[in-house]
Structures are given as structure tokens and as C-alpha cells.
Design a protein around this ligand. Structure first.
Ligand code: KPL
Length: 293
């Protein structure tokens, strides 16, 4: 399969690197990372060790079988615009937040899949990405239900030894992922702590309450996500990724804009006071850094 990864940051580079073991991969990202990959290949270190030689560039190619979109949620519109001239069979969003698939589907003439990914990734240096934990990719039709495209993409991922499964309930899973990200990302970013520190009593209360508020919002939209399921999911991710720094903490440490609008901001309002507080604090930090109006 011919795969273009749009957003060769940490997760995009890791997935692209692993897929390059079995497929033709093009990484689209920023210099100097893509230059280094073009010159010397991509080193994957950590839990999985390999060096692969994908194509790497700053602009999308003219065609591909699959576009894997791993850009930050606030860049989805730009990724969709960049892909508008690319001939594609399928697009798969592996991003944080809700609504990315809709943005892609509105702009592109290709089957759009939704996915979640629990592989841990960290960009160590230009040309090198660390796999900080083997997880799982789950993908499926963005509206839910069976999808031949999802089956085909799932098989292609499995051919590259990525732990992958195909699911028919992606909309509910995206809400569950949102509940997990809402509980972990903003609290770790604001307190500058590893994910595992949220398992302590005080911080754990913030994590669990933010997660419960998202579960309630999911139920109000008709999705079957109980408080217990959401809290068990967030506790299990915080514990499995205890030594990791969340993507939002990494953004804050690099003084980059965060995805708070697409995570906690999605449910912020009178019924979600903890998510509203987390959103307000991160937006205030972004403003002070000159990252937003
Ligand atoms: O997806 C993540 C992120 O950091 O964005 C979690 C699951 C919270 C792992 O750190």
C-alpha cells in the first residue's frame, strides 16, 4: 500500500516508520526532521528498534492509497486543504479531539476512517523517533458500521506488524478517547507532571471529574458511555502510560499551542465546570505566550 503520513511529528513518524517495514511510505512534516529522514533514514528506537527509509518531504504527493492524518486537531483544516489535490482511496484520522473526520470528509473525495492509537511516541531528534510503548491502533468507518476500506487498511497495518483491530463503533470510541484525553492531557500540562502522577488522590479527583463530565456529554449526544467505563479507561491509560509526558505537556514544554479547544473545550460550559476551568487556564497560558488572540 502507498501511504502518506500527513503530520510527521512524534506519532506520525512512529506509525509511518513502522508501516515502512511493509509499505511505501511518504512522511510529510517539517524541516529539519524530514531532511534528516531523507538523508539518513528514520531511526525508530525504544520498545521497537528499526531503521527505515521512507520518502520524506514538506508537501503532500500527487497520489496515495491512504493518507494517515496525524496533525494537531487545529491543523486538520490545513491538512485537508493540502490533500485536496491528492488522488486518494482513503483517509484515516489518528488525532485527538472530535470533528476531525468531518473536516476531512467535507473537503476530500475519499473514504474517511476514524482511528485511535495507544502507541507511545516521542521525537528524540531530527530523524529519530522513540517508541515509548507498544499499544494498539483501532480503526473503522467514521460513521460506525462495517467498512471494506477499514478492513483493507486494518490488514495493511497488520502486515507491517502494527497491533491493529477494526471496530464498528468508532463514534463511541472517539468519545471514550476524548474522555481519557480530557482527564489526562490538560491536568498534566498545567501541573507539569507525568501521566502516572494523576493516580495520586488529589490530582486523581481532577482527572476523574473531567472524564466523568465528558462521559455525561457523550450520553447527552446518545452514546453509551457510562461514568464507570470512562473512569476505568482513564485510570488504565494513566497507569499504562505512567512514565509518559502527555502530548499536551510536550506542547506546553515547547511553548506550542495546545489542543485544549478540541479536547476539554468541546464540553466546556455550565454542565462541565472542571473542563471549563482547565480550558480557561490553558487558553490564558496560550494568550500569555502569544499563541492565541
Ligand atoms: O493520547 C494521549 C496524549 O498524550 O495525547 C494519552 C493517551 C493521554 C497518553 O499520554
Amino acid at each position: 500500500m502507498d501511504v502518506v503520513v500527513v503530520g510527521a511529528g512524534s506519532l506520525g513518524s512512529l506509525l509511518g516508520g513502522l508501516l515502512a517495514r511493509a509499505h511505501d511510505v511518504t512522511l510529510v512534516g517539517r524541516a529539519p526532521h524530514v531532511e534528516r529522514v531523507r538523508e539518513r533514514g528514520l531511526r525508530v528506537t525504544g520498545t521497537v528498534e528499526t531503521t527505515v527509509f521512507p520518502d520524506a518531504r514538506t508537501a503532500v504527493p500527487a497520489s496515495a492509497d491512504l493518507a494517515l492524518v496525524t496533525v494537531k486537531a487545529y491543523d486538520t483544516g490545513a491538512a485537508a486543504a493540502a490533500l485536496a489535490e491528492t488522488a486518494l482511496d482513503a483517509v484515516c484520522s489518528l488525532q485527538n479531539g472530535l470533528g476531525n473526520e468531518r473536516t476531512l470528509a467535507d473537503a476530500l473525495d475519499a473514504a474517511v476512517l476514524a482511528g485511535t492509537c495507544t502507541y507511545g511516541a516521542r521525537l528524540v531528534a531530527p530523524g529519530e523517533v522513540a517508541c515509548t510503548g507498544v499499544g494498539e491502533v483501532v480503526l473503522g468507518a467514521r460513521e460506525g458500521g462495517p467498512s471494506e476500506t477499514a478492513d483493507r487498511v486494518g490488514r495493511a497495518f497488520a502486515d507491517a506488524d502494527l497491533v491493529t483491530s477494526v471496530a464498528e463503533d468508532m463514534p463511541r470510541r472517539l468519545w471514550e478517547k476524548l474522555a481519557v484525553n480530557a482527564g489526562i492531557n490538560a491536568p498534566t500540562a498545567l501541573a507539569r507532571i507525568h501521566n502516572g502522577a494523576l493516580l495520586d488522590d488529589e490530582a486523581g479527583t481532577v482527572m476523574r471529574t473531567a472524564t466523568r463530565e465528558v462521559a455525561a456529554a457523550a450520553r447527552s449526544e446518545g452514546f453509551d458511555l457510562s461514568d464507570d467505563t470512562a473512569v476505568r479507561a482513564v485510570e488504565s491509560v494513566a497507569s499504562a502510560t505512567a512514565d509518559n509526558r502527555s502530548s499536551m505537556l510536550q506542547d506546553v514544554e515547547k511553548s506550542r499551542r495546545t489542543e485544549v479547544d478540541s479536547i476539554n473545550g468541546v464540553v466546556a460550559g455550565p454542565d462541565a465546570p472542571v473542563n471549563s476551568t482547565l480550558t480557561a487556564l490553558l487558553r490564558a497560558w496560550e494568550r500569555e505566550q502569544g499563541l492565541r488572540e
